[in-house]
Design a protein around this ligand. Structure first.
Ligand code: F6P
Length: 328
């Protein structure tokens, strides 16, 4: 399928992440560099269905590399999951003369792009943007590094008050299905325990570990819990459980929530976004479609969208061992 691409659309879809603006900027400027028209598509696939497009040039994306969120807005479109929704989107793209698009988002957004591309033989390229780092085919998704730094900074602050009051804190971090954020911030912030979906620690081991912690002379403790943890209890239930079983602890809970998705992107995420945008546009103009750009061994590589969606991003089990050793 070799298309001569003249107009490329760019959209952000699903949960936002820091670095999305830097990626939009890169897509728009790479298009300008190659004399290709570029259109911003607002509110993800919702805006695609409604034909909510705006022509962008190199100057339209000035001053956004350092901004969190996404200037194009984002949405999770139910309508795009239907054949009718995709048909309306296709008609809107055709009407505007857009003949390829780059979608910045996570696996749900990629699944939509893949189905659309197959139905209409339409060139698409994905840029992985999610703080969860749960996409196969890249060691880092956009926003992940920034989120790690944001969370570590907050845990450091919570540790100050935990230590003043000799308290145990359960801190819930994002990660719907994976424990990348929890594991890395847990090691980075020196947490006493890390609960992630990939490893069911079990309540007994948690209690034992907390008892050991106390015996070793620690006065305060931090337990980082991934929201998708499979231990069977949420952070509030964990608090109640420890309250009942370990009277020596005074327990508090902190759910960090959506603050983890905001903020100015780190330098790493800005550079990654810039590289990904170039690779995505240049992939499209050299006839590639249905791929996701990703970082592997510090190189930009393309992974078929199907693999990116179906594959699993693996947790670094060695890091769990490192954490165990550090919390002796
Ligand atoms: O972006 C992914 C994610 O951060 C998950 O970890 C979390 O479960 C989800 O987004 C929450 O997103 P929303 O509130 O937008 O549905």
């Amino acid at each position: 399928m070799l298309h001569t691409i003249k107009k490329i659309g760019v959209l952000t879809s699903g949960g936002d992440s820091p670095g999305m603006n830097a990626a939009i900027r890169s897509v728009v400027r790479t298009c300008a560099f190659h004399d290709i028209e570029c259109y911003g598509i607002y509110r993800g696939y919702e805006g695609m269905i409604e034909g909510d497009f705006e022509k962008m040039d190199a100057r339209s994306v000035k001053g956004i590399i350092n901004k969190g969120g996404t200037i194009l807005k984002s949405a999770r479109s139910k309508e795009f999951r239907t054949k009718e929704g995709r048909a309306t989107a296709h008609a809107a793209l055709k009407k505007a003369g857009i003949d390829a698009f780059v979608v910045i988002g996570g696996d749900g957004s990629f699944t939509g792009a893949m189905i659309f591309s197959q139905e209409y033989n339409f060139p698409v390229m994905g840029i992985p943007g999610t703080i969860d780092n749960d996409i196969f085919g890249t060691t880092h998704t956009l926003g992940y590094d920034t989120a790690l730094n944001t969370v570590v900074e907050v845990i450091d602050k919570i540790r100050d008050t935990a230590s003043s009051h000799n308290r145990l804190f359960f801190i819930e971090v994002m990660g719907r299905d994976v424990g990348h954020i929890a594991l890395n911030v847990g090691v980075g912030a020196g947490a006493e325990e890390i609960l992630i979906p990939e490893e069911d620690l079990g309540l007994d081991r948690l209690l034992e570990s907390l008892r050991r912690s106390k015996r070793s002379g620690k006065s305060s403790s931090i337990v980082v819990v991934a929201e998708g943890d499979k231990i069977g209890k949420n952070v509030f239930e964990l608090k109640d459980y420890v309250d009942q079983n370990l009277k020596e602890y005074e327990v508090r809970v902190s759910v960090l929530g959506h603050m983890q998705r905001g903020g100015s992107p780190s330098c790493f995420d800005r550079v990654l976004a810039s590289r990904m945008g170039v690779k995505a546009v240049e992939g499209l103009i050299t006839g590639k479609s249905n791929f996701m750009v990703g970082l592997k061994n510090d190189q930009m590589e393309l992974t078929p969208l199907e693999l990116a969606v179906k594959g699993k991003s693996k947790i670094d089990m060695e890091l769990l061992r490192v954490s165990d050793i550090m919390t002796i």
